[in-house]
Design a protein around this ligand. Structure first.
Ligand SMILES: [Zn+2]
Length: 612
């Protein structure tokens, strides 16, 4: 079973990858539009456009080919991770009932996962290929329109091109379904993956329940469910039908037919985020009690003075994020137009377009950040999701690249992390390579009194969800910083300058090890030691005097590096997981730790866990 919010965020990272493709396609269109040339006689002009359209088609096919390995790998990871997460979720219910839980996937379960992935990958590939056709058609339509506008004298050449560029960005790349229906690429990808993963995971839960001898499943519930689904959410279902009609825990047990399982608009149909999990008769009680179901649609989140349900807030956030993506496409299209403008005058007009679109993007980003500040909706679910999921190198590399290329991206930082002041607006001048001497390494830089202060600090904050840091400078007074929003601490440049040779401790109450931001902080500020404490003790990382490669100074690149190492370690750990040698929790935390440990050892840092 996946939770409704896990379904909600299932595609977040995959969409980032497809956004890249989307923008590449639009840029190809814009580049050709810039070569449209002055409108001459209709016949030769049209012949030229047809030729350009043919070349555009080839460009796009090659863009798709370039993205296909990354997207196939990512879809595979997504399915594997969804399977693992789903079993982890189900196991809570088995272990609560005193059972051992699933520690080994049956052949049937593995086949289901594999088949689901293969089907979804094929579907995505076919859909993506249709974008080449739709982009070609859109390009020709835009050229025709520009021709008509210019030749009839209703518009000058520059304005007509500007409109064509805007419409290419607005329309984006579209996919064409066999039915003739067309959709935005991101919408189609989301639907396809949500449906494919959902079908696989629901089947997996049912197979595992069968293996565990469990026939009754409880259906998850979420706020804002469509009326026909609201009727049965939170209710019980009999997989075989044998228990249907009985009253258990106050509700009548349904059949899979009652909930429309296997139909397009029923349980598990199009865009359905409902799922099911094992209900052990005589032991389990319904997770979604009648009271809890009634609470689902409570308006308990405030925004701009009005109250909203969780679902409404989620939808509003989704809309704001979509808007930002659209604005980014427009900025990128305008940028390409500027760079490819055939003459000075056109370049100037395109520059104006670029400026106007950039302003709109900034506004949209501001709106989202205000929204997140007010609603506190930097969703925990996203973090939970990302911690357990989606460790594909490709997706993080794309993400990092996107951040580097476009410093106005939305920063949905995941997990614990110290965030230094924003790259864009800081003047941090700290020279790489300035390391304290090795003779100082391991020496007790701080006094016994400071050690005690440190210990008291770690004991007091280790269980907090809000992140607090204690800085003990080499010279100067210790000071504390608490995060404004959870799990991030921001430092000023002055504060960072005080850190050289000092010690920094902070809390990772969820027990995770150092993030890329943490490690980069240690390296960049030349701290002697950084610590991440939890209720059992603290991860300790002591600086190295070895020369470090550049990626240590950029947390995005460092993140990519760590992910690459995780990828290397993944197959073996997955095997250990499936063979029951490690638990899901050990797997989850273990892979992060193993990657950090490997990298730290390689470069001569001291890395260990200090038990309290
Ligand atoms: Zn549903």
């Amino acid at each position: 079973m996946l939770t409704p919010s896990e379904y909600d965020h299932l595609c977040d990272q995959l969409i980032t990858l497809y956004d890249e493709l989307d923008r590449a396609i639009i840029d190809d269109m814009v580049r050709r539009m810039m070569r449209m040339g002055k409108v001459s006689d209709a016949t030769s002009w049209q012949a030229k456009q047809l030729q350009e359209a043919g070349l555009l088609y080839e460009d796009i096919i090659s863009e798709i080919a370039q993205h296909s390995d990354a997207s196939a790998a990512q879809v595979r990871t997504l399915f594997e991770d969804a399977g693992v997460q789903s079993i982890r979720n189900d196991n809570h219910y088995y272990t609560d009932a005193g059972l051992e839980g699933i520690i080994r996937l049956s052949d049937a379960a593995l086949q289901t996962l594999n088949a689901g992935y293969i089907k979804c990958r094929g579907e995505l590939r076919n859909l993506t290929l249709t974008t080449a056709n739709t982009a070609q058609t859109a390009y020709l339509n835009a050229c025709d329109l520009a021709y008509m506008e210019v030749s009839s004298g209703t518009m000058d050449y520059g304005t007509a091109i500007r409109r064509a560029v805007q419409s290419a960005a607005d329309e984006g790349s579209k996919v064409l379904y066999p039915s003739g229906h067309s959709d935005r690429l991101d919408v189609a990808v989301r639907r396809s993956v949500l449906t494919g993963v959902g079908q696989t995971v629901r089947q997996l839960s049912a197979i595992n329940a069968g293996d565990m001898g469990c026939d009754i499943m409880e259906i998850t519930a979420h706020s804002g469910a469509r009326p026909s689904h609201a009727e049965w959410q939170g209710k019980l279902v009999s997989l075989s039908g044998a228990n249907a009609g009985r009253i258990i825990d106050g509700v009548k047990v349904l059949t899979t037919n009652d909930i429309g399982y296997g139909t397009g608009d029923g349980f598990g149909g199009w865009n359905c985020r409902h799922d099911w999990f094992p209900f052990i008769e005589g032991i389990s009680s319904r997770v979604y009690s009648d009271e809890r179901l009634a609470e689902l649609n409570a308006r308990n989140i405030e925004y701009n003075g009005k109250m909203y349900t969780e679902y409404e807030i989620d939808q509003m956030q989704r809309a704001l994020e979509r808007d930002i993506r659209a604005r980014k496409r427009a900025v990128s299209a305008a940028d390409t137009a500027v760079k490819n403008a055939p003459d000075e005058a056109t370049a100037k007009q395109m520059q104006e377009l670029f400026t106007a679109e950039s302003v709109k993007l900034k506004k949209a980003e501001k709106e989202l950040s205000t929204f997140l500040d007010q609603t506190g909706n930097l969703p925990d679910s996203t973090r939970v999701w990302v911690n357990g999921f989606g460790r594909s190198t490709a997706q993080r590399a794309v993400w990092a690249n996107r951040k580097a290329v476009n410093n106005s991206s939305i920063d949905k930082s995941v997990g614990n992390g110290i965030i230094k002041s924003n790259k864009a607006d800081s003047n941090i001048v700290i020279k790489p390579g300035k390391k304290y001497s090795s003779s100082k390494r391991g020496s007790s830089l701080i006094s016994a009194a400071r050690r005690q202060e440190l210990q008291l600090f770690e004991e007091s904050v280790c269980k907090d969800n809000i992140e607090t840091a204690l800085i003990i400078p080499a010279n100067g007074k210790p000071f504390q910083k608490t995060s404004g929003n959870e799990r991030k601490v921001l430092f000023t440049v002055e504060e960072m300058n005080l850190m050289s040779g000092g010690l920094l401790s902070h809390n990772h109450s969820n027990g995770t090890t150092f993030s890329a931001d943490d490690i980069q902080m240690l390296v960049q500020t030349d701290l002697q030691e950084i610590r991440a404490c939890n209720s059992e003790g603290a991860f300790v990382l002591r600086n190295t005097d070895k020369p470090l490669p550049d990626f240590f100074y950029d947390s995005d690149l460092l993140e990519v590096k760590l992910t690459e190492i995780e990828e290397e370690l993944l197959p073996e750990m997955q095997l250990q997981l499936i063979n029951g040698e490690i638990t899901f929790e050990e797997f989850d935390k273990g892979i992060q730790q193993a990657a950090v440990e490997k990298l730290m050892n390689e470069y001569g840092f001291d890395y260990y866990f200090e038990v309290r």
